[in-house]
Design a protein around this ligand. Sequence first.
Ligand code: DGL
Length: 257
Amino acid sequence: MIGIFDSGVGGITVVKELKKLIPDLSFVYLGDNARAPYGNHSQELIRQYAQEDVDFLLSKGAKVIVVACNTVSALAGDFLKEKFKVPIFEVITPAIDSAISVGSKRIGVIGTRGTIASLAHQSAIEKKSPQTKVFSRACPLFVPLVEENWLSRKETKTIAKAYLQNLKIKNIDSLILGCTHYPMLKKIIQEKIGRRVRLIDPAEATAKALFDFLNNNPEFFKKQSQQDYYCTDVGGRFKELAEAWLKEKIDLKKAEL
Ligand code: DGL
């Protein structure tokens, strides 16, 4: 059983990619939407929340953890890998590997304030490919725009243009969409950053990494297709958004952390 968590509903974009690659994957998903967004929280708080999120998934029988949240991956990824014995996948390493593997030399990174301030992408890229230049930009308005479903509104285009202008003039060749919600804005982002920039979707890259891992470690793969969804505040719009993104009905339960 795979345990997947995010600060809220955004991690459903990772679930969507996982279901595309491994339709009969058994998993339990946790969205901590009662305490979201994580993007502006301190590292200390994010580590505490992330630890509680992982404990919850382990209590539900998870044997592998997927940190779908970019902010948690950036600020608590190493912390979780040290703390827990189970295999932990985060979304930053697969995204970086994917950008480097296609030969990117000027990589743009966008994400929440927390993710960008952590410099997690920079330091990981520096270690793997020191000659590669990294340019980053926090895009905090993208999360509420996606949650409002303003995916092709002119206001969203204006904001995207303002956010991406500085990266565009840096002549980047790849752009990492370093936040769960940003893949929902792929069309607008591609339009504003330019057609020749390759968009790197961490959800796709992470799904591929987990797929490879499960192929090599079949003992972690349970094929009974148990797919459970939990969140910490069932009263909000989690169910509506998750069902719209997954294009299927889900049975949402309340998690007590
Ligand atoms: N899931 C977060 C991320 O990928 C975005 C939403 C939040 O700030 O909690 O960074």
